[in-house]
Write a protein that binds this ligand. Sequence first.
Ligand SMILES: Cc1cc2nc3c(=O)[nH]c(=O)nc-3n(C[C@H](O)[C@H](O)[C@H](O)COP(=O)(O)O)c2cc1C
Length: 344
Amino acid sequence: MTDPVPQGLSPMLQRPLAIGCRTIPGRLVLAPMTLLGHVAFRQLLDELGGCALMFSEMCSAARIPTENRHTSYYFRWRDQEAGRLSIQILGSEGTRMAAAARRIEAEGFFGVDINLGCAVKEICKFNQGAALLKAPAEAAALVAQVRQAVQCPVTVKFRTGWQDDPRIPVDLARRLEDAGADALTFHPRVAPDVRTRPARWEYIARVKEAVSIPVFGNGDVFDAADCLKMLTTTGCDGVALGRLGIARPWSFAHWAGGAPPGASIYKDSALRLTVLLEQHFEPTKALRRFKRYAAYLAANFAFGNTLYNHIRNAPEMAAARQAVTNFFLNEPPERQRPNLNLLR
Ligand SMILES: Cc1cc2nc3c(=O)[nH]c(=O)nc-3n(C[C@H](O)[C@H](O)[C@H](O)COP(=O)(O)O)c2cc1C
């Protein structure tokens, strides 16, 4: 296992952080990741040492009030994780978002996170996600309405906006703070950019300076050295790990001072995830999610494409498991940093 932890990073990550009326035990959190940050993955993450706070996959606010946690694919959780899990909601109507927030609070989750970053066309069409960045006053009003509905932490995840200008996220961050947000996660990319250009970390520093609530920096942290650099160069209060957190879920605990993982960590965690997926989801849903994860697993290896293709073509979980076992028979060479082409 490469990825040495630079001196000074672990103590920084071990500092507790107050978010509204609650405190989290550290500074490294799991970013929301659709079809990746599900209940099975979060259980794996917990077994590998966990992290300070987890954000769920985005969930439609309109559906949450009546959603059945045992049949829903997104709004599904283990009781023991609720206090460390914030549910991300997506919507455009304040009353519906407030109703969703009330259910989230009643279920005992850590808090509610509002999605102002998803730039997928089908979502923006309904004036949700990143579409709301075009109407900052409207976005802030939604946050205010959610704020009034609950006592638990209300956080917002947003990106730069639709133009590459740091004044836009700075203005929005101030509005979100005034609307009552308890913390922000900021991904410094413009909305149509699907991670083809590097995230502009200098904008994180600008946003952090503009508000007094905690700011989690997000975007392009691919190893422990990146994490330290983001913290020290931007002054952000914490880091939200997305793709790397999926590719190497033990990194949260390792960077925060835990023991380095053993040589079989990739194989063991991939195989464990197949089991957890089968426990939490029906076979087709479980396999679909494992295939998504496989791209992130494969990104860690020089010949990861072979592994990815075998898993992608697997007709059932047993074949996917066999592909994992076969790949690791030959001790595949690990990449120091994951292959970004597989992580788009
Ligand atoms: C497959 C995938 C799914 C994502 N799903 C969500 C989501 O549901 N909600 C959200 O706010 N961001 C979502 N994101 C964005 C990530 O949370 C994060 O902002 C982005 O990946 C940049 O961080 P990273 O470089 O650490 O991966 C998603 C990103 C990817 C790649």
